[in-house]
Design a protein around this ligand. Structure first.
Ligand SMILES: Nc1ncnc2c1ncn2[C@@H]1O[C@H](COP(=O)(O)OP(=O)(O)OP(=O)(O)O)[C@@H](O)[C@H]1O
Length: 218
């Protein structure tokens, strides 16, 4: 039945643009010819060490200049101020960056971060901790909480559990699953094949310095 006059039909799943769409994105080491990630989907990006996975994530997050097209819900990254883009398209580096002396200063959205930080195993006084005392795994978990608290629509996760024990890895994976349920689109770089299988139905690989995604689930 046609929609009543003045009302547009809601776009169907097939008509809706992918949450993240990448075409012809060139980094120093690889070109993403085509990669689409739907809202609520996680895609595992794999490839040998040094093949350029991190550079691809950084380019999508607009942290490094890279020619090519990247769209968020159909909007080109060049149509948005870079800080807005980086807030919506969040990149979690394997080694997170900390610039001030204590943890709390790094959290603009502390109220949103508090439950995440608690779920990731930190006590209430974590905000007063010195950065210098943090272990690699603590930095990794706090970096994830900081990023999630900002409410990104796309998450680019670069080996997010590489420094974590199994219990902490389970907590992180649960948070990732929740973000998927909320419609976040995620690209996951991991050297843990079991983790890639647990979390992602679709895997794309850098081959001959190229990423070409056939789209859809295998
Ligand atoms: N600015 C740059 N200019 C040229 N080459 C670079 C630049 N930055 C990084 N590289 C090189 O690009 C290659 C890909 O690096 P990248 O960190 O993306 O690899 P990766 O696939 O994420 O590796 P790993 O799995 O070991 O983390 C590396 O050989 C690196 O030395």
């Amino acid at each position: 039945m046609p929609a009543p006059s003045g009302q547009a039909d809601a776009p169907s799943e097939a008509q809706r643009p992918p949450r993240l769409s990448v075409r012809g994105l060139k980094t120093h080491t690889a070109t993403v010819e085509r990669l689409d990630v739907a809202a609520g989907e996680i895609v595992a990006l794999t490839g040998p060490s040094g093949s350029g996975k991190s550079l691809i994530l950084r380019a999508i997050a607009d942290l490094d200049p890279a020619p090519g097209t990247v769209l968020l819900d159909g909007t080109d990254r060049n149509a948005m101020p870079a800080p807005d883009w980086r807030r919506k398209v969040g990149y979690l580096a394997a080694e997170t960056g900390w610039w001030a002396e204590r943890v709390g200063v790094h959290f603009a959205a502390r109220a949103a971060a508090a439950p995440l930080v608690e779920r990731l195993g930190f006590p209430d006084d974590v905000w007063d901790w010195e950065i210098a005392r943090l272990s690699t795994g603590e930095k990794q978990r706090l970096g994830l909480a900081r990023m999630l608290a900002g409410g990104p629509e796309v998450l680019l996760l670069d080996e997010p559990t590489s420094a974590l024990d199994p219990e902490a890895t389970t907590s992180v994976e649960a948070l990732i699953e929740e973000r998927l349920s909320a419609g976040v689109a995620i690209i996951l770089v991991t050297h843990d094949a079991d983790q890639a299988s647990r979390l992602a139905r679709r895997h794309v690989t850098i081959r001959d310095a190229r990423v070409t995604d056939a789209g859809g689930t295998p």
